[in-house]
Design a protein around this ligand. Sequence first.
Ligand SMILES: [Zn+2]
Length: 218
Amino acid sequence: MLVTDGIHLIDGVKGAHSYLITGSHTFLVDTGMPGQEYKIIKYMNTIGLDPMLIEGIVLTHYDIDHVGSAVKLQNYFTCALYAHLLEIPFIIGQQKRYGIKRWLPTLTRPIFGRLNLPKEITPLKDGKIFGDWEVIPTPGHTPGHIALYRNGIAIVGDLFQGGEIRLAPNYFTWDKKMLKDSARSVTERSLRWILPGHGPATPASSHWLDTLKRTLNS
Ligand SMILES: [Zn+2]
């Protein structure tokens, strides 16, 4: 589904959303659960996009429902994977995920298959990637969570949930204070669209933005 400005929310991907960014640079943000690579490639065929145009895959954070199909897609596109430096040890399996997330790859394996661990990830620095997309470190949900921002559009991973935009739930939050600080750093910007990992892509509205800002300041 085309959302806006050449940004597609890929239909039918299980787990978190995978976004396809097209235009002067073509890349993916997040990859859903393991086993979703065919849906993502099929979607590109449907819209007539040459998969070989994919320049890279940005991972907002280490959760299995975001990184699940990253290795298969990386191999298919022969492109780089990108994530924040602090997140890389978790994604490649050097460091254990926190809390229940440690067990999710095992618990979900009978349904989705094995989580393949990437061997190489390029660290994202604060600043720009793929032209004018800004990398915003947004720790809180996980230590090295990032959001991408350009021209009023924020791709936020699990910083917010879509619909009535809210903070991600506490029980999956690594550091609540950091989550709020990160949310502030995004809501301070001029916003037209919030593209979350879960829930609908959401046009910015003063109604929920005001409510959210009140929550952040409480
Ligand atoms: Zn998450």
